[in-house]
Design a protein around this ligand. Sequence first.
Ligand code: NAD
Length: 681
Amino acid sequence: MTSKINIHKEADVMVITVNNPPINAGSTEVRQGLLDAVLLFQDDPSALAAIIIGGGNTFIAGSDIKEFSQPLAEPHLPSVIEAIEDCPKPVVCALHGAALGGGFELALGCDARIALEGTVIGLPEVTLGIIPGAGGTQRLPRLIGIEKSIELICGGVRIKAAEALKLGIINKLVNDDLLGNAITYARSLIGQKSRIRDIASPQADADSVLIASQKALKAGKNRPNIQLAIEMISNAMTMPIDQGLATERDVFQTLRVGVEAKALRHQFFAERKLFKALGANELKPKSLERIAVIGAGTMGSGITIACLTAGYSVLMLDQNEAALESGVKKVTDYYDSRVSSGKLLADKAVAILKGFTFSTQWPEIASSDLVIEAVFEDMQVKHAVFQKIEEYANSDALLASNTSYLNIDAIAEKTSNPARVFGLHFFSPAQVMKLIEIVRCKATSLSVMTAGLQFAKRLGKTPVISANAFGFIGNRIYVAYRRQCEFMLEEGAYPEQIDQALEEYGFAMGPFAVADMSGLDIAWAMRKSLAASRNPEHRYVNIPDALCLAGRFGRKTGLGYYQYPQGAKSGVVDPLVKQMIEEASTSKGIVRRTFTAEEIVNRVLLAMMNEIAHLVSEKIVGDVTDCDVALVNGYGFPRWCGGPVFIAREMGKEKLHAEIDELALLSGPGFMKANLDGLFE
Ligand code: NAD
């Protein structure tokens, strides 16, 4: 037995306990220990049934993903499951906490499954670019049919034990004493074997399989592993189970070592590292329960919703009655629509809204633990607001600004205790977008940053940590990205061509469609404010200014990079814009040339990589993989491509240097090649 598996006997029942905290991940040692235990059980004449159960808080909540980057060590999970199926005596899986991925596949290899109420069950492998590799695609369809298996496996859906019972995935649901109930259940099976592999192949109507497949492919962005998962599940209808299992394993092994799975593992670890560090952090920061949000506009309402949904009590404050009323309406409308669309129970909405208060009166913020400022993007206004906050908030409350571009140090310096001031940069819509930039200013204390991380975690957000600098991490990269796209416009590409190339690559939206959506006037105002400090020697593309001068501010004016005729869902190519772009090239003596989609994507990625390397050199980002996290979670970068840092590492230093040198030539004066070493740290 390995140290990860304990066994003991309860009279005629052998109890095999997995002991690999914190999540009982299915590592090599766990697999070896389970295999040894099953063989021991088989050879023990006094044991007539066995139970596999998780020690601590959970059953096996997934495989050890770290092992996926290397050749997997023996024994593989299918061999463990084969031993359970070949054992002539019944083995029952007792589930609590989470039974996910390989953990759930192990359970499907047993003769029965009993679960504690609330247990989460699922096969989330597709989210890591792979498919279930230990029989999930063959055994689950034999229990619940093809269409439902496509839905659960291709969506990586996690279901609760009560639903699993309804679907027939588990045999029994209990409210308490999982082990005791499992022993009783196992005894009732003594002398029997009840293997899923012996259930007849599932059959399904071709049309309904097609509908389920199309839905899954659309939701899964047509990724190859989704297509393959559908194929494997469909094999269950026609192939004998052993052939289906072998085919599934081959596909799993190929996908596992592929670049897409590697990219997704990179994101997985990059997104979790801050929370992991949080777990190891010994600081006990201030616990936050009451939040005050100052400003009831677009961001203030979204932040309020995000906090309320996470169970905080929230006071929303605005200086303006009408603005407050409109913000309150946005919040209540949001919960009303969640209830009417069936996404939230009415009682839950009532309970959430019990924590919601609003006011125009500053003294109301006195009891808040955290005050988040989301007022107009204007330094004078921010200073005035922070003065009010200092006057009325508790002296140990944390103070955060949601500014996008203003210098938070300058805000902090005017307060009496800058150690408690930091940035919480949410993205719009704040109740939806996963990314949050936590901005550490010069004086921000470590315990305030830790409290900020805990806050982000409770909100269900994915945080990155940025130093206080113009545009923080995400907007800074985005500006370099958009500038490179503008260069290409000037050199011969058109907005629709660039947008299409990037959308086909996997971006949620191309940069010009995004610009039209968010409004060209905001960036124009910013450019005008920076005009005096711009180096006239640097390359500057006039096209966005020309569009703004022509009153084309994007969707809201019906015209931008595209035109938006009444009722159009997306922009339509506008010959006038083409003409304006061609004139801009001519005026600079640029001979326009054609671009391939590959070249467009490549230039964008390289521009991002170079800017990220600058962020590292300037110490704006501490862990460079935070840049990939920011782009994927806040800017629509395709997750399965990993992010620019991942791609740079795949390219290798030598190739990257050569390509950035070429990009520098194409970009012209003003392009600064960064020290690229930072991408590889
Ligand atoms: P908004 O104009 O929609 O809302 C600002 C609100 O602040 C208004 O309701 C206004 O009445 C209120 N306000 C102004 N001065 C005030 C004062 N002295 N006291 C109390 N309330 C006051 O603006 P927004 O889009 O929600 O942006 C708010 C902040 O969030 C800005 O700093 C902005 O840069 C930042 N931000 C915006 C976005 C976005 O996409 N809109 C994204 C990230 C961050």
